[in-house]
Design a protein around this ligand. Structure first.
Ligand code: WTA
Length: 680
């Protein structure tokens, strides 16, 4: 069946930066054939303290036979990102423009921040960091809710050349500790706590546990800077004895909500440190390839990978993708719902929008609080023109019915974005018709923590859309499909999605482990960056990303590895062996399905299942909680002892068509596992 095509709205196309497929093709060709010319023209829009010479603008090696893998853009150039995002915008007349509208967890809580104020706060906090001994190259770990201090803290790091490592504030203390330890962070930033819907998160307490663990491994976090957040926000009904409001409660900085333990030598309050801080701070000029940030992402061995991004290339790529993919215009209000703890938040809440002088919404809450219409009410409230979210959020909101959406005026919308996993056509069509009223372009953006920015995506004024297809490569990106033997598939076909050459925003290394970077991404197919995703190209040349082909899974847009979950399950005293596979899930996209072999003499009962779920929540985070725990007296293994996950995936979905089982050591195990299916 031919896929139906949806053309960009003619009105939108008229004014868009790239308004036809012809223009797209010309620009893409130029970006591939003359990358120096293409990107140096874009780089001119930014301030460089020193510039790069033409012959050094771009160099790389993707071939391990020719030495180490490296990627360098704009060698010789130096700059400062906070200077480009803040000082430059203030100097060109945007000082009073709103950088962020902050919308809190509760509808009562909101504020705003102009570019001038953002610059001032950034400089002040940069001076605070300096006073704590933070210098160029030092790592600063950040574990925070979505509040204005988060971009301020990140930009303050860039001001002085420090490297930030933001850790999603839904991670457990173990996960936080592992990341702080790997990056050897000198400083940790957090808040006393935060409300997520009506749930209170004890962030400082989690940090305390993490810092203890880090210490027991021989690393000391020198300072922990704490924002007193709870006293200034509304407390959900039923959570305090005084009826809810705590905003005007204690103002001495000690939280009225939670009892904090405090180490006077290490811990300090953000507001006290900021009080006397100087509001000017001369930027530290850093080299093009100096590190900007580390962001941890799951690795298939279970140990998280510290993806390292550097300065110049990331800046120009974040800025350019933001401009073309969202088609942002000066009076637009843009909203990306992603948490800054993920790459989407780094590139498309902080760096991309600010590099374009954009006005954005920064949202602390959830789509379901206080009601399931929160997203639509926020779009209406701020007259949002670009709305960027995840398929899992769309699917979870679809089920509440259309009336909740129709209560609001969504006419301001022009571009809708999707990211994190393939979007199914049902969700795409709901997004297109109900949210976009059939007049907005949908940009289904495929990319990864590693790619730094969008790599396969429609452009809203140019690309005819096919629901579920990320369509075509962005400027500078040259995708190929390879078969198992590494042979290039021409024309229509399906295979491993790889990239042939670097674009400015791609990762440079894994922090502290360049060898792992090379083996993870370049060993499978020498000469190509391997994404780990499969994709199909149709007869019109559209790319359709089909999902991970390694042992990774994607639960509500959170990437995790089966190995990571298995190793936590196997720590339980009653567990002899654990095998984890993904199972399709109507809302989350995929969910965790765990096969557990109990130790001799141990019972497989409800208590064990609950303990295992709890363990995963505590050790990894609540988002990783398994949906199903399946009793497996044995696992299907080859004679050499390798678990056949292909068969486990079939059992998980109840598909008896398991294929060839002749290589199994014990063929009878498959039948037994079907009999023990919890849903059967
Ligand atoms: C998946 C998120 C299909 C993919 C930016 C990738 C997608 C992983 C899409 C990276 C999309 C992301 N269509 N799949 N539009 N966007 N993915 O590092 O499997 O959290 O490898 O980065 O998400 O997840 P990460």
């Amino acid at each position: 069946m031919a896929d139906r095509i949806y053309y960009p709205n003619a009105e939108l196309a008229k004014t868009s930066y790239c308004n036809s497929m012809d223009q797209y093709k010309k620009m893409h060709e130029k970006s591939i054939k003359q990358p120096e010319e293409f990107w140096s023209k874009i780089a001119k829009q930014f301030y460089w303290e020193t510039t790069s010479s033409n012959d050094k603008f771009f160099s790389y090696n993707f071939n391990r036979n020719e030495g180490d893998i490296f990627i360098k853009w704009m060698e010789g150039a130096s700059t400062n990102i906070s200077f480009n995002l803040l000082d430059k915008n203030v100097k060109c007349g945007n000082g009073d423009k709103i950088a962020f509208y902050w919308e809190g967890n509760d509808i009562e809580d909101y504020s705003r921040l102009t570019y001038r104020k953002l610059l001032e706060e950034t400089c002040k906090f940069a001076n605070v960091l300096k006073s704590k001994g933070v210098q160029k190259g030092d790592r600063v770990a950040i574990y925070m809710p979505m509040i204005l201090e988060l971009p301020i803290a990140m930009l303050a790091c860039t001001r002085i050349g420090a490297v930030h490592s933001v850790i999603f504030a839904g991670y457990s203390s173990d996960s936080l500790a592992e990341r702080v330890l790997d990056s050897k962070a000198k400083v940790l930033l957090t808040t006393d706590g935060a409300w997520r819907g009506s749930k209170l998160l004890h962030l400082k307490a989690i940090c305390d546990q993490a810092m203890d663990k880090v210490k027991s491994h021989g690393h000391n976090v020198e300072s922990c800077i704490v924002i007193s957040h709870l006293r200034r926000v509304t407390c959900p009904p039923g959570n305090t004895s005084d009826g809810g409001k705590t905003k005007n409660g204690t103002s001495n900085g000690s939280s009225s909500e939670v009892n904090l333990s405090w180490d006077d030598d290490r811990d300090c309050w953000w507001h006290e440190e900021m009080e006397d801080a100087d509001s000017s701070c001369y930027p530290v000029w850093v080299a093009a390839e100096d590190p900007l940030f580390i962001l941890y992402t799951s690795g298939s061995t279970g140990k998280p990978k510290g993806v390292l991004h550097t300065t110049a290339g990331y800046l120009i790529y974040a800025a350019t993708t933001f401009k073309y993919v969202f088609d942002y215009k000066p009076n637009d209000v843009y909203w990306c719902t992603a948490d800054i703890g993920w790459i989407t938040g780094h590139t498309y809440v902080v760096y991309g929008p600010l590099a374009n002088g954009a006005t954005s919404v920064l949202f602390e809450g959830t789509p379901f609080y206080p009601q399931n219409d929160r997203y639509w009410s926020v779009i209406d409230k701020y007259k949002v023109s670009q709305f960027y979210t995840a398929p899992t959020a769309i699917r979870s909101l679809m089920k509440f019915g259309d009336d909740l959406v129709k209560k609001y005026n969504l006419d301001s919308l022009k571009v809708l974005g999707s990211v994190g996993e393939p979007i199914n056509s049902e969700a795409w069509l709901w997004f297109y018709y109900l949210i976009g009223h059939g007049k907005c372009s949908i940009v289904d953006t495929f990319w990864q923590t590693e790619t730094g920015g969008h790599v396969v995506t429609p452009l809203p004024g140019a690309t005819p859309m096919k629901p579920g297809s990320a369509s075509f490569p962005f400027f500078g990106v040259l995708p190929e499909l390879l078969d198992e033997d590494g042979k290039i598939i021409e024309g229509e076909g399906e295979g491993y999605l790889v990239f042939r050459q670097p674009w400015p925003g791609m990762m440079r290394s894994l922090y502290g482990n360049h060898e792992r970077f090379q083996t993870t991404y370049f060993d499978k197919f020498n000469g190509f960056y391997c994404t780990g995703d499969g994709a199909r190209r149709d007869s019109d040349g559209y790319f359709w990303v089909t999902g991970r082909i390694d042992d990774m899974l994607n639960v509500s847009g959170h990437l995790m590895s089966t190995a990571e979950v298995e190793s936590v399950l196997a720590e339980h005293g009653a567990v002899a062996e654990a095998a984890v596979v993904s199972k399709p899930h109507p809302v989350k996209g995929q969910c965790l399905y765990c096969f557990i072999t109990p130790n001799e003499g141990k019972n497989f009962d409800k208590q064990l299942q609950d303990e295992l779920k709890k363990k995963i929540r505590e050790r990894i985070g609540p988002f990783a909680q398994p949906d199903i725990i399946h009793h497996a007296p044995g696992l299907p293994k080859t004679r050499s002892g390798k678990i056949m996950r292909r068969i486990l995936r079939k059992i998980a979905v109840g598909d008896r068509n398991v294929g060839d089982t002749s290589t199994l050591a014990d063929e009878g195990i498959v039948d037994l596992l079907f009999q023990l299916r919890p849903e059967a």
